[in-house]
Design a binder for this molecule. Structure first.
Ligand code: SF4
Length: 216
């Protein structure tokens, strides 16, 4: 896809929603990280239902450790993979205290040393907490970017590299939020709302078929 077309896609997404934000609820740097860890393979809505009660009593690594793994599981038991997520959140709280003075490290290389924190989680945290122009690739970003023709990739890492290259600096801060929200509400996996899509005339998949794409 040429640069002009890419810029037009993000110009329209920007005009439609100038300041997109994560839909996860959080109260500080630590609770943002916990919310992102909990959101893996779960919906933001589901995470937001569970976290207010949890964050009211455990909004620091110290308080999370004091709460303990079994109690934590009680609070997050409605979220998928809650057993392994509870284990990771307790372990990452411990590591934050022993190695980072209880603060969240501000680089991706250090963030991914924390239990349960991969590249995508680190990218989301850096973007939301520190305003870094990182592009976090989740299932929505992967699907929308490939359907539009921003890239032709098979993995999240390859998608991140391709999007880093093709998206102008001026769009990077909000790019992944725009693509996530577009995927969540318009370019849905099974039944994309192409007739409502503000990008349909620029979309590779829609342009190729003139019809609703198959899910991928
Ligand atoms: S036209 Fe359809 S497939 Fe293309 S981005 Fe829009 S909703 Fe997705």
């Amino acid at each position: 896809m040429n640069k002009q077309k890419v810029d037009e896609i993000f110009r329209r997404l920007s005009a439609n929603d100038p300041a997109p934000r994560t839909e996860l609820s959080y109260t500080n740097d630590f609770t943002l990280l916990v919310a992102i860890v909990l959101s893996a393979q779960a919906t933001d809505v589901g995470v937001n239902k569970a976290t207010p009660a949890l964050f009211a009593i455990a909004d620091t690594p110290q308080k999370m450790l004091k709460l303990g793994e079994d109690e934590l599981k009680y609070y997050i038991k409605t979220i998928g993979l809650f057993n392994s997520k509870a284990k990771n959140i307790i372990a990452l709280s411990q590591k934050l205290i022993t190695e980072f003075s209880g603060k969240i490290p501000g680089t991706r290389d250090l963030l991914i040393t924390l239990p349960g924190v991969g590249r995508k989680t680190a990218n989301v945290w850096l973007n939301c907490a520190r305003g870094k122009p990182t592009i976090a690739v989740d299932t929505h970003v992967f699907r929308v970017a490939n359907r539009l023709g921003l890239c032709t990739t098979k993995t999240a890492d390859a998608t991140e590299i391709a999007l880093e290259k093709i998206i102008s600096e001026k769009w990077k801060l909000h790019a992944h939020h725009w693509l996530i929200l577009h995927g969540r509400y318009i370019c849905k996996a099974r039944a994309p709302l192409c007739e409502k899509c503000i990008l349909s005339d620029l979309c590779k998949y829609y342009g190729a078929t003139g019809d609703i794409p198959r899910s991928r």
